[in-house]
Design a protein around this ligand. Structure first.
Ligand SMILES: C[S@@+](CC[C@H](N)C(=O)[O-])C[C@H]1O[C@@H](n2cnc3c(N)ncnc32)[C@H](O)[C@@H]1O
Length: 433
C-alpha cells in the first residue's frame, strides 16, 4: 500500500470551496482501481491548512490514476485558484492492514446529499443482474491474466463490442473488472471468487442466488408476505419519480450553482411536472417559463403549476422534442436528465435544436448524471444506467461538452452539484452574441 500525502495551504476565505471541490476528487478517486481510502483533515487552529491522505494499493495504481482521470478532474474542479501552495509526498506503507480483494459498492454518503444513497439502493438489483450475466457469459474466465482488448473479448464472448463495453463498465464500477485504454483487466476479487477453477469460486452461488425462479418470487415479495401491494406502472409513476428526485435535493443542488439574474425567458425541455421551472421562477421573479413535455404529462404539470401559483407565468406545451422545439426568444434553456437516455445522434440533434432556439448570449444548462472518465470508473448509477438499452448515449462530461461545442456554443463550464440525488454535474454553455 502507498499513501499520497498532500499538504495544502488554501487562499484565505476559500477553505469551504476547496473542501467542496475536494469532494469531487474524492468521488473520482474512490472509483479508481486500487483505491483504498481518502481522508481530508483540517486544523481549527490553522484554517488555511488542509491535509489530504490518499491510500492506494500500489504506486502503479496511483500512476494509472495520474495518467487517466487526474487531468479530467483537474479541469472540472479548477482548484488551482483556491490554494497558494501544495506539498506532495508519496509514502510506502510496509505493514498494511486490510485486503486488496475489495468489491466496491458506491454508497458513500459523503459524495452527496441524503437522497443519493436511497436512489442507489433502489437500483441495486441491477448489480445482481449484471453479476449474473458476467458469470453466465464466462466473462471472468475469458479475460486473460494480463488483460484482453475489449474487441477481442467481445468476439470471445460472442457479442458486439458496444454491448460488452457497457457490461464491463458496469462490472468495473464495483471493481470486479477494470477498463484501461480499451483493454479489459480482471481485478483481484474476481480472480479469487469469480473465475472458475479458483478454490474459492463463488460463481455457482451467484447463479443460484440470482436464478429466475427465485428472482420472480422476490419481485412478488409483497404477495409472499401477504401485504396488499398495488402495481401502478406507467407514465404517471415515472413523472412522480422525477418529481421525487427533484424535491429530495436535486432542485436545491441545481439552484446553488446557477445565476439567472437578468434572464427573462426559460424553456425547460422534457421538463416533466415542472419542478425545476417552478423553483427557478420562484427564485427569479422576472423569469417566464415554457415547459415542453409529452401530452401525458400535462395534467400533472398543470396541477403543480397551479399549486405553485404559476399558472400564468409558466406555459405547458405538449410536444415532441425530437421533432421541434417551441418558438420563442429563449435566453435560458434547461435540459435536465434528458441527454443521457437519448441515442447519440438524437442527443446531438436536440442540442443543435436547443442552441438554435437560444437568443444571442442565451444560456444552455445541461443537468445530468455523467459516466466517469475514463469510462469504466462509475459512478455506480451512471455505470448501470440504461445497460439494458445499450444505444442510450450515457455520456461523459467531455462527450456532452463536445456536443455543445459542435452546436456552436461557447464558454462551456462544468460544475459539480453538491447534495445531488441522481444528476451529479451541470454543464452550461452560451450562444455567442
Ligand atoms: C428523465 S425525465 C426528466 C424530467 C425532468 N427534466 C427532470 O430532470 O426531472 C424525461 C422527461 O422527458 C419527457 N419526454 C420523453 N420523451 C419526450 C419527447 N420525445 N418529447 C418531449 N418530452 C419527452 C418525459 O415525459 C419526461 O418528463
Amino acid at each position: 500500500m502507498i499513501v499520497k500525502l498532500i499538504l495544502v495551504k488554501v487562499v484565505p476565505g476559500r477553505r469551504d470551496e476547496f473542501i467542496r471541490q475536494q469532494r469531487v476528487w474524492n468521488d473520482v478517486m474512490s472509483r479508481q482501481p486500487g483505491f483504498l481510502g481518502v481522508q481530508v483533515a483540517t486544523d481549527p487552529q490553522s484554517p488555511e491548512d488542509i491535509t489530504i491522505m490518499v491510500a492506494m494499493e500500489s504506486r502503479e495504481a496511483l500512476e494509472r490514476f495520474m495518467k487517466g482521470s487526474h487531468d479530467n478532474v483537474e479541469r472540472q474542479t479548477s482548484m488551482k485558484s483556491l490554494y497558494s501552495s501544495l506539498k506532495v509526498q508519496v509514502l510506502d506503507v510496509v505493514d498494511s492492514v486490510g485486503t486488496t480483494e475489495q468489491v466496491r459498492v458506491d454508497l458513500a454518503a459523503s459524495r452527496s446529499g441524503k437522497g443519493h444513497p436511497v436512489a442507489v439502493l433502489s437500483e441495486l438489483y441491477r448489480v445482481s443482474a449484471i453479476l449474473r450475466v458476467g458469470v453466465q457469459a464466462g466473462l471472468f474466465e475469458a479475460v486473460d491474466a494480463g488483460g484482453t482488448a475489449l474487441t477481442a473479448l467481445a468476439a470471445r464472448c460472442g457479442t458486439a463490442p458496444e454491448h460488452l463495453r457497457r457490461l464491463v463498465e458496469g462490472l468495473a464500477s464495483f471493481d470486479l473488472l477494470a477498463l484501461e485504454d480499451e483493454t479489459v483487466r480482471i481485478r483481484p476479487a474476481a480472480v479469487r471468487y469469480l473465475r472458475r477453477g479458483s478454490p474459492e469460486y463463488l460463481g455457482d452461488l451467484v447463479l443460484h442466488n440470482t436464478r429466475p425462479a427465485l428472482w420472480k418470487r422476490w419481485a412478488e415479495l409483497g404477495e409472499q408476505l401477504g401485504l396488499p401491494v398495488r402495481e401502478e406502472e406507467g407514465h404517471e409513476r415515472f413523472i412522480l419519480a422525477m418529481k421525487g428526485i427533484a424535491r429530495a435535493g436535486q432542485v436545491e443542488a441545481l439552484l446553488r450553482v446557477l445565476d439567472l439574474r437578468g434572464r427573462r425567458r426559460l424553456l425547460d425541455i422534457g421538463g416533466a411536472e415542472a419542478s425545476y421551472t417552478v423553483a427557478l421562477c420562484q427564485r427569479y421573479p422576472e423569469l417566464q417559463g415554457v415547459v415542453l413535455d409529452l401530452a401525458a404529462t400535462e395534467p400533472l404539470a398543470r396541477a403543480d403549476l397551479e399549486e405553485a401559483g404559476l399558472g400564468e407565468r409558466v406555459r405547458f406545451i405538449a410536444g415532441d422534442y425530437r421533432q421541434q422545439l417551441p418558438s420563442g426568444d429563449f435566453d435560458v434553456i434547461l435540459l435536465s436528465n434528458i441527454l443521457r437516455g437519448e441515442k447519440r445522434g438524437e442527443a446531438a440533434a436536440l442540442v443543435r435544436r436547443a442552441a438554435n432556439s437560444l437568443s444571442p448570449g442565451g444560456l444552455l444548462i445541461v443537468q445530468d448524471l455523467f459516466v466517469g472518465e475514463p469510462r469504466g470508473t462509475g459512478p455506480l448509477l451512471a455505470a448501470l444506467f440504461g445497460l439494458h438499452l445499450p444505444e442510450a448515449m450515457n455520456g461523459s462530461v467531455s462527450e456532452v461538452s463536445a456536443l455543445l461545442q459542435e452546436a456552436g456554443l461557447t464558454s462551456v463550464r462544468v460544475q459539480p452539484l453538491d447534495g445531488y440525488v441522481v444528476a451529479d454535474q451541470v454543464i452550461t454553455a452560451v450562444r455567442p452574441a
